[in-house]
Design a protein around this ligand. Structure first.
Ligand code: BES
Ligand code: MN
Ligand code: ZN
Length: 493
């Protein structure tokens, strides 16, 4: 998809669709267009065909050389960032339903922040054009995307160059989300730990000279054993698929600049292990690698934008299965940190792989570490599918993530990490148990991780509620790529 910005005469831009955000009162370009079309738009409003309400869309066809259709996009009542993003996403969905090849998006009627708005437009158009790339192929092919070019229109030249920056950023975020969605949607018989390692290696290939350096290294189980990652290896023990620790190093800034380390849980399938999950809905546990997929999506977007920042992505990739070598409830393992863990439930496996990856993260002398994980069902009980749960040992980092969530529309909400919760992890057979009982499951999971992150600024995103949607339109969402990219963008500035 091509995105460009223009402040040329609106009807002179070659296009077959024009997206026009407007409320019931026509202003600026909407009023001018209406006038040049002899009141065609205002008469649709008068007749009640289009009310201008937030996220309403109406496709109207116009005669003459100016273009084939106008997609009216209602804006009335969209005052918050979140509401404005919903409007833009509705516009992108409506646009992709038409057979347009070239579209003009009128950058009026919503936010005055041209860079932000252009970014959300580009991101939304990219994500609306995602088609699951079937592996293996199925006979029912998705219809090809016709849209080739989107021109973001603004009234002034200065705004056009600002919008252009937003378009490049937003398009990259959208592509990163789509990359994460594709990995999430792939079934677990294809998307194995080895498959993820291959994808991460492919990311590092073909960087032209003069661009940010990207290197991928993959640690084998034997190498992890030498590092004493007894906790991580206890999860892959029950699977025929070998586990991998994937490390992707993106160097966009000078070597002395400390990296942000992103650690993404990638359990390519979570049966629960010996603490087997119930059968109903277990297929959704193919998405239990969405944290790791979001790290790959972010690195994708960093490469595309060449963002001037250093980022290390660490992805512990394993399958949680119950074979004869599997870890049993009551087993005690020693983590890389030296702390011992009594595994009371093999289904609380995410924290077991993350703790060793988080210890390993310390090697990179990080500025900040953020882990991303589909960690607990409890976060869905607490926050639903609307927002990610966020826990942090640093108030400033927590604030930065909250505001990055708001600006990107990919929100997070903070939960406390108090010692009263940590006490629930007590064990008389090891330094800690891997579960804290039936209460406050998201917090006790994070308290477990906090015991491995004391040496650096750290935040944890529990995305079990937001990384995918269920039902007829089931699939991975690409979250939390937007909030992570927004956070990195604000740091790179
Ligand atoms: N991957 C699951 C968390 C999950 C469950 C995500 C349902 C989305 C939907 C995780 O590994 C898990 O099984 N967590 C357990 C922890 C419990 C055993 C303490 C859970 O949430 O039930
Ligand atoms: Mn589990
Ligand atoms: Zn899991």
């Amino acid at each position: 998809m091509d995105f460009n910005a223009s402040s040329a005469q609106l009807l002179n831009i070659k296009a077959d669709s024009l997206i026009l955000p407007t409320g019931p009162q026509l202003k600026d370009s909407a009023a001018a267009l209406d006038k040049s079309l002899d009141g065609a738009i205002s008469s649709l409003i008068k007749a009640g065909d289009f009310s201008g309400k937030s996220a309403e869309t109406l496709v109207m066809h116009i005669p003459g050389p100016s273009g084939k259709r106008i997609i009216l996009l209602g804006t009335e009542g969209a005052t918050t960032t979140q509401q404005q993003i919903k409007v833009i996403e509705a516009g992108a969905t409506a646009l992709l339903k038409t057979p347009s090849a070239r579209a003009v998006w009128v950058g009026e009627g919503l936010s005055d922040d041209a860079e932000w708005q252009a970014g959300i437009v580009a991101r939304s158009v990219q994500t609306a054009s995602y088609n699951y790339n079937h592996v293996p192929k199925i006979s029912k092919k998705p219809s090809a995307i016709k849209l080739k070019t989107v021109t973001y229109w603004v009234a002034g030249k200065a705004d056009a160059s600002v919008a252009k920056k937003g378009l490049g950023y937003g398009a990259a975020v959208g592509n990163g989300m789509n990359a994460a969605r594709q990995l999430g949607n792939l079934p677990a018989n294809i998307c194995t730990p080895g498959y993820l390692a291959d994808q991460a290696k492919a990311l590092a290939k073909g960087q032209p000279k003069g661009q940010a350096k990207v290197t991928t290294t993959v640690l084998s189980e034997a190498q992890m054993k030498k590092l004493n990652m007894g906790s991580l290896l206890s999860v892959s023990a029950g699977s025929d698929q070998p586990g991998h620790l994937i490390v992707i190093n993106y160097k966009g800034a000078k070597a002395s600049s400390k990296p942000v380390v992103l650690v993404g849980k990638a359990v390519t399938f979570d049966t629960g292990g010996i603490s087997l999950k119930p059968g109903a809905g277990m297929d959704e546990m193919k998405y239990d690698m969405c944290g790791g997929a979001s790290v790959i999506g972010v690195i994708n977007a960093l490469i595309e934008t060449q963002m001037p920042i250093n980022v290390v992505g660490i992805i512990p990739a394993v399958e949680n299965m119950p074979n004869g070598q599997a870890t049993k409830p009551g087993d005690v393992v020693t983590s890389m940190s030296g702390q011992t863990i009594e595994i009371l439930n093999t289904d609380a496996e995410g924290r077991l792989i993350l703790c060793d990856a988080l210890t390993y993260a310390g090697r990179f002398k990080p500025d900040t570490v953020i882990d991303i994980a589909t960690l607990t069902g409890a976060v869905i009980g607490a926050l639903g599918k609307v927002t990610a749960g966020m826990l942090s040992n640093d108030d400033e980092l927590a604030e930065q993530l909250l505001s990055s969530g708001t600006r990107s529309g990919d929100r997070a909400w903070r939960l406390p990490l108090w010692e009263e919760y940590d006490e629930l992890l007590k064990s008389n057979f090891a330094d800690m148990a891997n579960i804290g009982g039936p209460q406050a499951g998201t917090i006790t999971a994070a308290c477990f991780l906090a015991r491995f992150t004391e040496k650096y600024k750290w935040a944890h995103l529990d995305v079990a509620g937001t990384a995918w949607v269920s039902g007829a339109a089931k699939g991975a969402t690409g979250r939390p790529v937007p909030i992570l990219m927004e956070y990195l963008r604000s740091k790179a500035k």
